[in-house]
Write a new protein. Structure first.
Length: 190
């Protein structure tokens, strides 16, 4: 395991999120909508907080936000981006149209020099979003190890890892932006 993949593996395996801060700032999570959102939230929390931009429908768990998350959300709102702070995370819903989603993700990337950005891409991979995956430091596949999704997704990714999604209360805590106990890495492609 080398470079970026070693760092992201450290995010998911290391007990302290502080070890990963400052090393990894851009990630994408692929999977079914609910699973992608849960793993994206856990990933962003493991990086110390930041923005989760979701290209998958679903409610954001209602939770009080930290001062830092509220400030970051307000900064994005001033730039014309609809953002909501929950816990230590800021959530942005990407548009349904893939080209528009890619454009907004790029705007976010440019606006977030000082905060991690994690894209939650639920559903099928589509051409307008593929260049974003290539630009991410790591792409996480949110699926159970050995599943067909993991095999197909990792076969086409040079910078991919697979993790099982959090379930139950752990998933709710991650979506609320409070507890990001990231699942252990099951498979890493180098």
């Amino acid at each position: 395991m080398s470079g970026v993949l070693g760092r992201v593996a450290g995010v998911f395996v290391a007990p302290a999120a502080a070890q990963a801060r400052g090393t990894l700032t851009r990630a994408a999570v692929l999977g079914a909508a609910g699973e992608a959102r849960g793993v994206a939230a856990a990933t962003a929390l493991a990086l110390g907080g930041g923005v989760v931009a979701a290209w998958c429908a679903g409610p954001v768990a209602g939770a009080p936000a930290t001062v830092g998350a509220r400030r970051l959300a307000a900064r994005l709102v001033r730039r014309g981006v609809e953002a909501v702070a929950r816990g230590r995370l800021v959530w942005v819903a990407l548009p349904d149209a893939a080209a528009d989603a890619a454009a907004l993700a790029r705007r976010l990337d440019g606006a977030l020099a000082d905060a991690p950005l994690v894209l939650a891409l639920g559903g099928a991979r589509v051409a307008p979003l593929e260049p974003l995956l290539a630009e991410m430091e790591v792409v996480v596949v949110a699926a159970e190890p050995g599943s067909a999704l993991v095999d197909v997704a990792l076969a086409r990714l040079e910078n991919g890892v697979a993790v099982p999604p959090p379930a139950g209360f752990a998933r709710w805590l991650a979506l609320a932006g409070w507890a990001g106990a990231a699942p252990a890495v099951r498979e890493v492609r180098t």
